[in-house]
Write a protein that binds this ligand. Structure first.
Ligand code: GAR
Length: 194
């Protein structure tokens, strides 16, 4: 099974879903470590399973480049085949990209290229979008600009606020991420491998 390192900053519901997927003996990947940039509640999902966690805080380093190099080292210590950014709210730098470009995927709560950035759900609501969704894409040096691997739509419903819409998007993201990770590590090209 392929080795996956998850990066997160928040509650980690996507990481939890991926961990649950790995309980299926037929799933082609294992989460081998979870790394955060802060004391994120999501690290608990890993701790509960006895998986290694690490925290790499920007403020503990003299500058962003040093933080980026440390983050790359922390990830590399777990020898991942694939790195999954699941609600990691920092832009990774050149040290991480050099090692993992093409093997680093991000999940984003909008239909990229629409609504990139840290407030995708709020921005979609503010723009009056009728449909938004979830995108899983490869990470490149830009902000949410890398090649799209999979997308799924989520309708905006009357009365939606940011939380409600985000929860519905996350429900879709969990499945899309799990499927896309499986597809990537098995090298299949269809959107639904299982
Ligand atoms: C997800 O919606 C993910 O797409 C988003 O953060 C949420 C994490 O949820 N990521 C971004 O907005 C990245 N720019 P979780 O902490 O419950 O897994």
């Amino acid at each position: 099974r392929a080795r996956v390192v998850v990066l997160l900053s928040g509650t980690g519901s996507l990481c939890a879903a991926l961990l649950e997927a790995t309980d299926d003996p037929g799933y082609p990947a294992d989460v081998v470590a979870v790394v955060s940039d802060r004391d994120a509640p999501g690290l608990e999902h890993a701790r509960r399973r006895g998986l290694p966690t690490a925290t790499c805080r920007l403020r503990d380093f003299p500058d962003r480049a040093a933080w980026d190099r440390a983050l790359a080292d922390v990830i590399a210590a777990h020898h991942p085949d694939l790195v999954v950014s699941a609600g990691f709210m920092k832009i990774v730098g050149p040290a991480v990209l050099e090692r993992y470009e093409g093997r680093l995927v991000n999940t984003h709560p909008a239909l990229l290229p629409a609504f990139p950035g840290a407030h995708a759900v709020r921005d979609a609501l503010g723009a009056g979008a009728e449909v938004t969704g979830s995108t899983v894409h490869l990470v490149d040096a830009g902000v949410d600009t890398g090649p799209v691997l999979a997308q799924r739509e989520v309708p905006v419903l009357p009365g939606d606020d940011e939380d409600r819409l985000h929860e519905r998007i996350k429900a879709v993201e969990r499945t899309l991420l799990m499927e896309t990770v499986a597809r990537l590590v098995t090298g299949t090209t269809e959107e639904s491998p299982r």
